[in-house]
Design a protein around this ligand. Structure first.
Ligand code: NDP
Length: 245
């Protein structure tokens, strides 16, 4: 029997890409799903598909913008308990030189990738402390480890995720709560095109000479990390396409 069977797994940003792939893989492992994102219709379609494929699991969907602390608190309070939180919601708004980044783009990235992740974690951790169990898995990025031109704010947001992960790990050291970070390299998702403001040719040129990762590659990693015995915490994983330097 999978260690993940019957666990309640909250995945933010489950409406596409890595989050959607995680939903499929946790469903296969027999977990109940708490799927959150802004595009509720996509979550509903995914729920129908997964419940049809896996009749023993319960899939709940939540329209949620993680940038609103009040909404996050209300939605998480309505969920019942969370065994595993996959903090995946995140985005990049274009890739621009520091002097060209608009205040709006900067706020959107920091509010989503950093503050949103913190809000969801704050809403979930007290319940995990009360049960002395739980696992928080943050989706960071290689961008949090190696800053590159035109990526200053996105890279900073993911560096913040790394710091938050390590600090939370230290803060929960006297509990059975696990805290992990998975840092993907290049993964082909909607994000790949959004970061170039819809320019598909530019997006494709990034993958020249390599086969990028796909959502399943990261979801399989998340399942591996979540599925270790409770005394094992994989603190950090860096997952690259083979030909990414
Ligand atoms: P996608 O664009 O496919 O998915 C992003 C998800 O985040 C969507 O489901 C979106 O849902 C959700 N999201 C965005 N903003 C919000 C918000 N304010 N509130 C709630 N949900 C939100 O991209 P990926 O799957 O690639 O990205 C997932 C994570 O992986 C991100 O954190 C990203 O930074 C990280 N990552 C991606 C890499 C890549 O190369 N693709 C590499 C390294 C890390 P909705 O729009 O419905 O709200």
């Amino acid at each position: 029997m999978s260690r993940l069977q019957g666990k309640n797994v909250l995945i933010t940003g489950a409406s596409s890409g890595i989050g959607e792939a995680c939903a499929r893989h946790f469903a296969k492992a027999g977990s109940n799903l708490l799927l959150a994102a802004r595009r509720k219709e996509r979550l509903e379609n995914l729920k129908q598909e997964l419940e049809a494929q896996h009749p023993s699991i319960i899939v709940s969907t939540f329209e949620l913008d993680v940038r609103s602390k009040a909404k996050v608190d209300a939605v998480v309070a309505s969920m019942g308990h969370v065994d595993v939180l996959v903090n995946n919601a995140g985005l990049v708004i274009g890739l621009d030189k520091l002097e060209d980044i608009t205040e709006e783009a900067m706020d959107t990235m920091l509010d989503t990738n950093v503050k949103g992740l913190v809000y969801v974690t704050q809403a979930v951790v007290p319940g995990m402390r009360a049960r002395n169990s739980g696992h928080i898995i943050n989706i960071g990025s290689v961008a949090g480890q190696q800053a590159y031109a035109n990526g200053s704010i996105y890279c900073a947001s993911k560096a913040a995720v790394a710091s938050i992960t390590r600090a939370l790990m230290a803060e929960t050291i006297d509990t059975a709560i696990r805290v992990s970070e998975i840092n993907p390299g290049l993964v082909e998702t909607e994000f790949s095109v959004i970061r170039f403001r819809g320019d598909k040719d530019k997006a494709d040129s990034v993958y020249k000479g390599m086969e990028p990762l796909n959502g399943d590659d990261i979801a399989e990693t998340v399942i591996f990390v979540a599925g270790r015995p409770v005394h094992v915490n994989i603190a950090e994983m860096l997952v690259f396409p083979t030909n990414q330097a």
